[in-house]
Design a protein around this ligand. Sequence first.
Ligand code: IMP
Length: 432
Amino acid sequence: MANVIIVGTQWGDEGKGKIVDLLTEHADLVVRFQGGNNAGHTLVVDGKQYVFHLIPSGILYESKGCFISNGVVIDPQVLLNEMEELAGHGLPVTPERLLISERAHLIMPYHKLQDAGSEASLAAGRKIGTTGRGIGPCYGDKVLRHGIKLGDLLDRELFREKLGQCLEEKSFLLTKRYGLEAPKLEAIYDEFMGYAERLAPFVGNVSLALDRGRRAGKHILFEGAQGTQLDIDHGTYPFVTSSNTVAGNACTGSGFGPAHIDAVIGILKAYTTRVGEGPFPTELFDATGDQLQRKGGEFGATTGRKRRCGWLDGVIAREAVRLNGITDLAITKLDVLSGQPELQLATSYQADGATLEAMPNNIKTYDNLKPVYEKLAGWSEEIRHAKCLDDLPAKARAYVKRIEEFTETPASIISVGPGREETILLRNPFIS
Ligand code: IMP
């Protein structure tokens, strides 16, 4: 029995979807524990394309139990659309296959309006570049104790009462502060009662179910969304998402005890990307950045925005190892680097005459921050066929080795292409 967490080590979009898909084969239960439909990944299986925003992709395997736990924020319409799409592919999502936590908070229509209003009201340079899905306002209300939980939907009276209270305050904010029209109580109530009817069979106590699974010796995979540098506490605040994206939240976000975790896999893209605004020390503004963007197909899965691209940042990789307790790295998209004559790895930063070996807390420090690079030799060969380390050119092996040395963490998985089979699996956390 092994319980494994997968997290992104950078700013999200590290290629977690593929690694989750790969390891799901060895898991019995798969859990989404934070974030919402700001996340997204696409899988192509047997020629059919599936886009996931909320439901774990484990749903594609008939024998796996899937969970959306308390730490996730749920837009019910998006969830139902996802279920319908899967049903359209001949994969009906049944309550036997998917359990959703009664404690998960709901993204309400006013959260999306608030997200848009807040972004629009920020001056250039201060905008976060959110996905516009209402994520921040929903988590904000949760922390303010104004949130509405999925379980509240099942109690009509309670739901109406909470909605009335929230709407009073939100209407004021939306109309007076953002100049937007506030949604009407009756319309939201009717819409959400429709969702309640359809979602009720799926709602339950995820923590209890996971504990039963653990006691029965099931392998559990916790699937993180976004990445470490987008963590609300540890990321480049305020240019972050509104949840804890680090491994510790797999436990808080699902009601699972930390002592039962056996491995933490950190997904590290072989270079760095970021969508949205905010600091990005190794960002490239030249032809190399454009090449990585094009060859890597670097467009956001949720918003379609072009991702900013840059060299691999060892400082954030080390930081991710520390913050998440990463036991194994999965290096992704190594193939995208083929053809680069020389590679660079940031090993520290210089800022205001000082050498920094960790991400600075003061956001202004990033204005004068310069990465200190170590140069590494590139390789010209395409590597998508590689099945073992020996199939890689010596310079690609040296790049991987240097990442392992610098992060003091073994690379157990190396992805050399988007396909499931384009993977070098050196250690399977569910088996060894
Ligand atoms: P929010 O999560 O929509 O509030 O957006 C906050 C920041 O996190 C923005 O910079 C987004 O681009 C970024 N973000 C949110 N989700 C993802 C993701 O899944 N991948 C990459 N960036 C994300």
